[in-house]
Design a protein around this ligand. Structure first.
Ligand SMILES: CC(=O)SCCNC(=O)CCNC(=O)[C@H](O)C(C)(C)COP(=O)(O)OP(=O)(O)OC[C@H]1O[C@@H](n2cnc3c(N)ncnc32)[C@H](O)[C@@H]1OP(=O)(O)O
Ligand SMILES: CC(C)C(=O)C(=O)O
Ligand SMILES: [Mg+2]
Length: 516
């Protein structure tokens, strides 16, 4: 094994599964194991064979199906556990038994109720027994981070002497601070005389949000295996997130003295699979795999990224499985992103003034909505291209709707330069609005169709209204969009009304955008 290889040991199926609510069936474990093999993790800890018949079967199934990764089962430092692990791993091309026993004073006294000498003996016995089944044996002194260093070194030396090929130093309760954990790894490696006979590994928990930082600090101090999980799943606050460890090492090759052989393009697939199977959603701002990890909404950032992605991206989204980075249009966006995005939708501006007018309308909409979707923009641009010079314009409107009362609309229109106001009642608020418009316009049109759809999801969605009017055999459609469905209705009605009252269906010379 070359010195600069960092072994990635994935324990999503064992420690990840210990997360309350994350239990997986045998079939689910096999699906994840196949994805992990494709990701090219070096070791898959498939479960804890003695835990249950189901977990034994799951370890066995994973061992039979996975060919390119080592498959591992956890076992306490007990003969029965080790025998059961070996039994489950029988079909594996490359089996590993991972045995462990606590070495902290707290765990020994209160949990195991064993003296340190008894623990030392049991560790040696367990490693030797595991070695009878395979020459790939990992030993973990559980709660190592809170153990007395002298005793820890004694146990580690004895475990290597007994045949352990990997020594895993766990921060079982996520207690360590990065520089101190790094120091611990260096100390143990330096003080244990036979430390060069084993690969040193770390297994960090995230109780203080330091699992990845602690793991990386250990790597800087000689650890060459990191135990981690997809999405950071795991007991309590979880384990070190595989995707973060792998991408940190890859992105900062200038400081890490080692490399993984992970196919990073499979990271997102694995993340989604684990999230779907466990039902644990990935937070949007999660590094690497969150939906916002490669998304930009701020105009200054978007402008920078459009000019050169490296201005605000330290990794390529494509390298971890995203199709590309993402520009999100919202209230913080600027003209460059707006224009670029509309171009992708085949909407182009002929002049700077057209762009500015559309951009003003976009900002007004963005003030009302959290996020602007393509459909919002299409609706917005349709509105822009038909609204400006129409004969009848909406000035203001107010609709009162009260249970048990007929809804009432008060509407002010600008008709050929004159502002006129009137009120009308209707069977519903839309009916009242249209009746009020008709009282002023007196157009004698017939409403054939009224339909409303939400352009996007959520209670802040833009509603798009379509109406179809008929007058003397001529039929026209009109559209309007707004976050207020009644305003969208009035706009749609007026849009159609202006068309039907015009001498013929006109092309608006003042159109501020063209949809190609
Ligand atoms: C830090 C970690 O993640 S460790 C792994 C944690 N994962 C799990 O516990 C999940 C799987 N566990 C299980 O299904 C069950 O706990 C089993 C099947 C392993 C054991 O079940 P039970 O026999 O009912 O024991 P129980 O869980 O109540 O207690 C654990 C026993 O193991 C002992 N034990 C704990 N760790 C070790 C160890 N590394 N080596 C030897 N004995 C151990 C405890 O002292 C306790 O012994 P006691 O019953 O004599 O007091
Ligand atoms: C079994 C060991 C490695 C463990 O999960 C821990 O200490 O957190
Ligand atoms: Mg753990």
């Amino acid at each position: 094994m070359s010195q600069d290889k960092l072994i990635i040991f994935d324990t999503t199926l064992r420690d990840g599964e210990q997360s309350p609510g994350a239990s997986m069936t045998k079939e689910e474990k096999v699906r994840i194991a196949k994805a992990l093999e494709k990701l090219r993790v070096d070791v898959i800890e498939a479960g804890f064979a003695i835990a249950s018949v189901g977990d034994f079967e799951a370890v066995r199934a994973v061992a039979q199906v996975v060919k390119d990764s080592t498959v591992c089962s956890l076992a306490r430092a007990l003969d029965a556990d080790i025998d059961r692990a070996a039994e489950a791993l029988k079909g594996a091309v490359s089996p590993r038994i991972h045995t462990f026993i606590s070495t902290s004073a707290l765990h020994m006294a209160h949990k195991l109720q064993m003296s340190p000498e008894m623990v030392l003996e049991q560790a040696i016995r367990a490693v030797k027994r595991a070695r009878q089944y395979t020459d790939n044996v990992e030993f973990s002194p559980e709660d190592a981070a809170r153990s007395d260093v002298d005793f820890l070194c004694r146990v580690v030396e004895a475990a290597i002497e007994a045949g352990a090929t990997t020594i895993n130093i766990p921060d079982t309760v996520g207690y360590k601070i990065p520089h101190l954990f790094g120091q611990l790894i260096r100390t143990v490696r330096e003080r244990v005389p036979n430390s060069d006979k084993a690969i040193f590994s770390v297994h960090c928990h995230n109780d203080l949000g330091l699992a990845v930082a602690n793991s990386l600090s250990a790597v800087m101090n000689g650890a060459r295996q990191v135990e981690c999980t997809i999405n950071g799943l795991g007991e309590r606050a979880g384990n070190a997130a595989l995707e973060e460890v792998v991408m940190a090492v890859r992105t900062r090759q200038d400081i890490f003295p080692c490399q993984t052989t992970i196919d990073t393009t499979q990271i997102l697939n694995c993340s989604r699979l684990v999230s779907n199977i466990t039902g644990f959603p990935v937070q949007p701002n999660k590094a690497i795999v969150g939906t916002n990890a490669f998304a930009h909404e701020s105009g200054i950032h978007q402008d920078g990224v459009l000019k050169n992605r490296e201005t605000y991206e330290i990794m390529r989204a494509e390298d971890v499985g995203w199709t590309t980075n993402r520009m999100v249009l919202g209230k913080h966006s600027g003209r460059n992103a707006f224009k670029t995005h509309l171009k992708q939708l085949n909407i182009e501006f002929k002049t700077e003034e057209e762009l500015n007018a559309a951009f003003t309308r976009f900002k007004a909409l963005a003030d009302k909505k959290h996020e602007i979707y393509d459909e919002d923009l299409q609706a917005l641009m349709t509105d822009v291209s038909t609204g400006e010079n129409e004969r009848i314009k909406l000035v203001t409107m107010r609709v009162v709707s009260e249970m048990g009362e007929m809804p009432q609309a008060q509407i002010t229109l600008n008709i050929a330069g004159d502002e006129l106001t009137c009120e009308a009642k209707g069977s519903g608020p839309v009916d009242a609005t249209f009746k009020a418009i008709e009282q002023l316009a007196n157009s004698q049109v017939k409403l054939l169709v009224y339909s409303v759809s939400n352009v996007t999801n959520g209670t802040d969605a833009q509603g798009e209204v379509s109406v179809r009017l008929e007058k003397e055999g001529r039929i026209v459609n009109g559209q309007g969009a707004d976050t207020d469905i009644l305003i969208a209705s009035a706009k749609a009605y007026l849009n159609a009304l202006n068309r039907i009252l015009a001498p013929s269906e006109r092309q608006h010379p003042q159109a501020t955008a063209s949809i190609i």
